[in-house]
Design a protein around this ligand. Structure first.
Ligand SMILES: *Cc1c(COP(=O)(O)O)cnc(C)c1O
Length: 379
């Protein structure tokens, strides 16, 4: 029941009927790669500025992730980055709408098609946003989305795949036959976390609870986004290939309803940030990029991370550290994922300088005040 309603809501926003739900977004990606018959010896091109769970899905199938660099202005690879990395072994490419920004995805998808290579759009940051007037996820053979805590709308954890190339559908349905159901324990823990977030979290205890939650998930005591094995190995965790459960469908129905209002607020706040930062001649999202940006977060660059983060904490500014490493949140042993930092010089520097401003805030001026007070720390 909830599943059908949720599917209808997603389908209406994306203009696509071919939607398949999973326990997490990364599992949707894995299902797509498997459907595309990605296997040992194949190469899959992806941004060298992403979440580690993306190359994990490639490695689980025995294929090789080929990382490409990003442009400083967009934090995405350009068309030419993709083009240069293609070899006879390339089977698929993954584009990404980093922080909600799509770039050149139409041309990239077209080029892949001409070369008989599959294309996938990582829309985990971009649900509800558009590229040249079409919903994100419209251009490639397939796309995947995340509904994890901090993504455009949340089911606690969760995700889904959408398919544009209908030739993939038969095989995807076959692949999905081996999905397992969430356990009762999975569902209970997730329900408890969702309840806590909706009923216990308030502005007055937010900062205290935030540090407790971070401590718990670091120590693997709650369902964080990733389990230890995903962050220190390239072996698939047991029961990884899991479908979405009822708790998530219900939450999805509820939370998707406010998406357009939320997007509008994010865009407005981002405009304020850009106006301030451009006047101060600091790094900012250029005005002409705003149209295709859904601003899940607003990236800025800073000189010294620890100094800036401490000041933000003291000022109670909810600063994010998303993508503070090229394979977020992994900080070392990049070789395990076949990443050479020398292949991604721009992403490597960005990862050292980046912090992200919240875009869903009711108090953008408080944040701009904070930026003003710390203007010398900003690049
Ligand atoms: C969050 C994220 C994912 C994975 O989504 P999950 O639902 O947590 O599996 C993949 N790619 C990027 C860029 C992300 O930020």
């Amino acid at each position: 029941m909830s599943e059908a309603i949720f599917k209808q809501a997603v389908s209406t926003i994306l203009g696509n009927e071919n939607i398949y739900f999973y326990w997490k977004g990364r599992i949707a990606l894995y299902a797509l790669l498997k459907t595309m018959k990605i296997k040992k010896g194949d190469e899959v091109i992806l941004p060298g500025y992403t979440c580690v769970v993306v190359p994990n899905a490639i490695k689980y199938l025995g294929a090789k992730p080929i990382y490409i660099d990003v442009e400083k202005t967009t934090m995405n690879p350009s068309f030419n980055h993709f083009l240069r990395a293609i070899t006879p072994k390339t089977k698929a490419i993954i584009t990404q709408n980093t922080f909600g920004l799509s770039t050149q995805v139409d041309e990239i998808a077209e080029m892949a098609k001409e070369k008989n290579i599959y294309s996938i759009e990582d829309c985990t940051h971009g649900f509800g946003g558009t590229f040249k007037g079409k919903p994100n996820g419209s251009y490639c053979d397939a796309a995947f989305f995340s509904t994890q805590w901090n993504k455009p709308f949340s089911t606690g954890i969760g995700g889904f795949a959408t398919v544009n190339n209908v030739e993939l559908l038969t095989e995807l349905k076959k692949v999905n036959q081996s999905l397992v159901q969430p356990t009762i324990k999975d569902s209970m823990i997730l329900s408890a976390l969702l309840f806590a977030r909706d009923n216990i979290l308030s502005p007055s205890n937010y900062w205290q609870l935030r540090s407790i939650y971070r401590w718990l998930s670091k120590n693997n005591l709650v369902i964080g986004s990733s389990e230890g094995k995903e962050l220190n190995s390239v072996e698939m965790p047991k029961d990884y290939f899991k479908i979405m459960g009822n708790v998530q469908y219900k939450k999805g129905v509820k939370n998707i309803s406010g998406i357009y209002q939320l997007l509008e607020k994010k865009k407005k706040n981002a405009e304020l940030y850009t106006e301030f930062l451009s006047k101060e001649k600091k790094y900012h999202v250029e005005k002409e990029l705003h149209k295709n940006h859904s601003f899940l977060k607003y990236p800025i660059l800073i000189k010294k991370r620890d100094v800036f983060e401490n000041r933000a904490l003291n000022a109670k500014i909810d600063l994010g550290d998303w993508f503070c490493t090229p394979l977020y949140p992994v900080e070392k042993n990049f070789k395990l994922w076949d990443l050479n930092l020398s292949d991604i010089p721009v992403a490597n520097i960005l990862s050292k300088q980046i912090v992200n401003l919240p875009t869903d805030t009711e108090k953008p001026l408080k944040i701009i005040e904070f930026l003003k007070d710390n203007i010398n720390e900003i690049i």
